[in-house]
Ligand binder design. Sequence first.
Ligand code: ZN
Length: 175
Amino acid sequence: MNQPEQWPAIPEFELFASPLAGGNMHERWMRLALDEARQALEEDEVPVGAIVVAGERVIASAHNQREQLADPTAHAEMIAITQAASALNSWRLENCVLYVTLEPCPMCAGAILQARVPVVVWGAADAKAGAVESLYQLFEDGRLNHRVEHAGHVLEAECGKLLTEFFREKRRRQK
Ligand code: ZN
């Protein structure tokens, strides 16, 4: 945390009205999401982690648990959103920022919209399933009744490396 000048500048943050605005702050929270992703890796799950921050407080912290729960909806963001709603006792996650190590898929982007999450910060792009930038731009779609401020590619190398290594190891084991 004591070498902020080495962090990449992320101009999108300038757009944020959030009091949390600022690349260093976003990267600090993303590191907590990365800790969750590493936990997923420990559990032999696709390593994706997510946290939800309200004010300065982490109110949800989760990782992908699709295999363990045998649940196709058990993506990190889905679990984190449920936890956050439970913590706030409200389905509306107003004033929350969701951090996730991988670009949200259509299901998770849908849940983010349903939960009215105002700001999402994501790590690695997902060329095969990303619904924020890569395949779809659901957060920019004016036909939907909620817009989400978002910034991607935050700590992208670290977030992506976990995934690349996980799938490489999987392939190696399958041989
Ligand atoms: Zn998802």
